[in-house]
Design a protein around this ligand. Structure first.
Ligand code: SF4
Ligand code: SF4
Length: 313
């Protein structure tokens, strides 16, 4: 009985901490939006992002008694909010970080924020750290991970994953039609870049929340509809950083797979003596945290992934 009360108190305290962190992250965003018309010096923006990451990682490292998934959200929320704020309010007239911004910049042949961001965070980054962006920094995921469907019921049939490529093609088609068909240039006339950014994100959030409730799975948008994942998945199988399992310690009870938000058949990789090379792994480390045998760990190495081994519904 005493144990139950203590457990409830721990849970309640962790919820309070999470609420405070979410509140502080939102307050930071509102502060940036208010400052934005007067111009925000770049060092202030970078300092804000670095401080948000430091606070999140500090909480992650110190609050060991809290659930790992919650501690990860304490990193994800402030970091994602600060990155969102920096992307949105750095230069409302010219910043476009969404995938449409990338296409606009590519058509214009310029190396601006969107191209640099996609090159570093979405193409080269995954070659080193896999889809760490999706686990720890994505602002869409920061919202989706707050929803109630934290245990995934498993994947729909693989064909549903093709939706993300259709979404990517649709975005490219829209920008191409505007650019070449209507000679539209962001900011020159019509909606400014910031409007594109905010509208695009609102749409992602709307679809993401709708899918999560329809499929009872917080990360349904990431699994089936996110166009950015189509790019991230190119480099992720070759990542240097992956989860590795010690086959001799594995109890084969698949405790890890029950908490994996991306439905990866972790124990199958362990049984084969391979690192978890699935392009769907978001390096959230939930599997490592729950393994009762301490059989899983992060590791650096060179391999080329392989087929995604996923748990279906
Ligand atoms: S799949 Fe898309 S929405 Fe999900 S975390 Fe990755 S980038 Fe964000
Ligand atoms: S395999 Fe582990 S680190 Fe990768 S997504 Fe699943 S739980 Fe997270």
């Amino acid at each position: 009985m005493k144990q139950t009360t203590k457990h409830r108190l721990t849970l309640d305290r962790s919820k309070v901490v999470e609420l405070v962190v979410v509140g502080a992250a939102l307050a930071g965003l509102i502060g940036l939006a208010l400052l934005s018309p007067r111009g925000i010096p770049l060092p202030v923006l970078y300092g804000y992002v670095a401080a948000s990451a430091a606070v999140g990682l500090g909480l992650y490292a110190t609050l060991r008694g809290f659930d790992q998934a919650l501690r990860r959200r304490l990193v994800l929320v402030p970091l994602a909010a600060s990155l969102f704020g920096a992307a949105a309010f750095r230069d409302p007239a010219g910043a476009l970080f969404q995938i449409e911004g990338l296409f606009f910049d590519l058509f214009a042949g310029v190396l601006l924020a969107a191209v640099v961001h996609y090159l570093i965070a979405k193409l080269l980054g995954p070659l080193l750290f896999g889809r760490v962006w999706c686990g720890w920094a994505c602002w869409t995921a920061a919202l989706l991970d707050q929803l109630p469907f934290k245990r995934s019921p498993g994947r729909l049939a693989p064909r549903w994953g093709r939706l993300r490529y259709a979404h990517l093609a649709l975005s490219l088609g829209l920008v191409a039609a505007l650019w070449f068909g209507l000679s539209y240039r962001p900011g020159a006339f019509g909606p400014p870049a910031l409007a594109w950014f905010l509208a695009g994100n609102a749409l992602y959030d709307l679809v993401g929340v709708g899918l999560a409730f329809a499929l009872r799975d917080n990360r349904a948008f990431c699994k089936y509809a996110c166009p950015v994942a189509a790019i991230l998945k190119l480099g992720a199988p070759f990542a240097l950083l992956k989860v590795r399992g010690a086959a001799e310690r594995c109890c084969a009870r698949q405790v890890c797979e029950k908490v994996c938000p991306m439905d990866i058949r972790i124990s199958e990789y362990v049984r084969r003596g391979e690192r978890v090379g699935a392009s769907e792994c978001i390096l959230c480390q939930a599997c490592i945290a729950v393994c009762p045998e301490d059989a899983l760990a992060l590791s650096f190495g060179r391999d080329h992934g392989g087929p995604d081994l996923l748990r279906q519904r």
